[in-house]
Write a protein that binds this ligand. Structure first.
Ligand code: ZN
Ligand code: ZN
Length: 443
């Protein structure tokens, strides 16, 4: 059986000798995706070896599932303390900042109780980091289908003002109660659908990077993502209308993405340039002190914008002289000025990171250019195989009420264009904007 044929629950505890030369394995000990999964919470706490629980939630998720979770644990003799994450002034939901993580760790009494996260992505990310720091097991009970980091072993946090992915640990146990999750506000479901659609771009760029940079690519993990991305798109309309089976299909995909990232030992299966739009919008919002849009919605809009850009890329044929002139004209001081202007207080960290990564190193750029020109037809074939027309996604999004343009999420076309130009600056991941830099092209 191929990896893509297993359900999230069936993958637990298995390791796969893969054709990519890697043994794929994940440290998640159990995954339950079913209506009423929360009923297994007390038994799961006991399974983890703990006799007390430190439950993390926010006001909304306490009402959605936290109250029930607390009662179920206490009824079974599990001493439970509750830590509420709160939004900072001017924000309507908590953000994954150092401050929030610090508050959480200070509240933990250190008694060795299991951490139980009840909530969305922010709760999960902070609990993953706290359970790593405290060396205690972690049980995650998601309350919404808004993002795909349920089982991943990295946490997305705002660290020194930069949106960063920090390697930590995955939840030990995932209790995905489809009855609870399907009651989440519709916008959160739209966000989950947006995050699944991003896999169009992420898989395409993973394959392009494999050609251009030699990065390890796993066809099995990629196929797993395609399978669940297609299922999410096919079930999107029914899910938005409240069809439980359709919501479950989307949740299954969201559960698997984290495992796929663990298998690939990178975020490649999950995110590409479309996610960088989101990271940059988040950083700008933080800089300007305004609330950003939900991650999955930003990513959905980023996917539309990225598909449009790939359509334009297909009309280009790279020119070696033009590309080399562009690579050699790179001006470090000018780049640093641009980074300082755009990123504000996180600029110095980005400049520091670049010193280690050398993304604009002229020799490395020229070597990549050789591989790009030598494999241009193969790169175009990958784009044809992996992507769909932008209009197809726009039509689906319009039908389900998912935003399709920056203006619908509080961003302008100019801010989207500026964000795109800086997507190449934040991390050493080969994405569309890096390919454009290496070829001296703009789309
Ligand atoms: Zn593999
Ligand atoms: Zn995402």
């Amino acid at each position: 059986m191929r990896i893509c044929e297993y359900s999230p629950a069936q993958l637990v505890g298995k390791s796969f000798e893969c054709s990519c030369g890697t043994t794929h394995t994940s440290a998640v000990k159990s995954v339950t995706v079913e209506d009423g999964a929360i009923e297994k919470l007390a038994a799961t706490v006991k399974l983890s070896g703990a006799s007390s629980a430190f439950m993390v939630c926010d006001e909304n998720t306490y009402k959605a599932a936290g109250e029930t979770a607390k009662r179920l644990m206490e009824d079974s003799g599990v001493k439970t303390s509750v830590c509420f994450l709160s939004a900072e002034p001017g924000f309507d939901r908590p953000e994954p900042t150092e401050q929030a993580l610090g508050n959480l760790i200070i509240s933990y009494d250190g008694s060795g109780g299991v951490i139980v996260g009840v909530g969305g992505g922010v709760v999960n990310d902070l609990c993953k980091l706290a359970s790593r720091a405290a060396h205690v097991p972690y049980i995650y009970v998601p309350t919404c289908p808004s993002m795909d980091g349920y089982t991943s072993d990295s946490a997305s946090v705002i660290y020194n003002g930069v949106k960063s992915s920090i390697n930590c640990k995955c939840p030990d146990y995932l209790l995905c109660d489809t009855g609870i999750i399907s009651k989440a506000p519709e916008k959160l479901l739209l966000a989950g659908i947006g995050d699944m659609c991003a896999k169009l771009i992420s898989i395409c760029e993973w394959r392009i990077s494999n050609i251009v940079t030699g990065e390890l690519y796993c066809g099995e993990v990629a196929e797993m993502m395609r399978t669940y991305r297609r299922a999410a798109m096919e079930n999107a309309e029914a899910a938005v209308k409240g069809d439980k089976k359709a919501v479950e299909a989307i949740i299954n995909g969201l559960c698997l993405v984290g495992t796929a990232m663990t298998y690939a030992r990178s975020s490649r299966p999950a995110s590409g340039v479309e996610h960088y739009y989101s990271h940059l919008w988040d950083m700008r919002c933080l800089e300007e002190g305004r609330q950003c849009e939900l991650h999955g919605i930003q990513v959905g809009v980023g996917t539309v914008l990225s598909l449009e850009k790939y359509e334009k890329l297909k009309k280009i044929k790279p020119d070696r002289k033009k590309a080399l002139d562009h690579i050699n004209a790179f001006d470090q001081a000018g780049w640093e000025r641009g980074v300082r202007e755009y990123f504000g207080r996180s600029a110095e960290r980005i400049i520091e990171i670049e010193k280690k990564e050398g993304k604009y190193d002229k020799e490395k750029c020229a070597a990549r250019l050789d591989r790009i020109i030598g494999n241009w037809d193969a790169i175009m074939d990958i784009i044809d195989e992996e992507l769909i027309p932008a209009n197809e996604l726009i039509t689906l999004f319009k039908r389900i009420g998912h935003p399709t343009s920056p203006s619908e999420i509080g961003e302008s076309d100019a801010s989207a264009a500026l964000a795109f130009s800086h997507t190449k600056d934040i991390r050493d991941k080969y994405i569309l904007s890096r390919l454009l830099f290496d070829t001296g092209e703009t789309v």
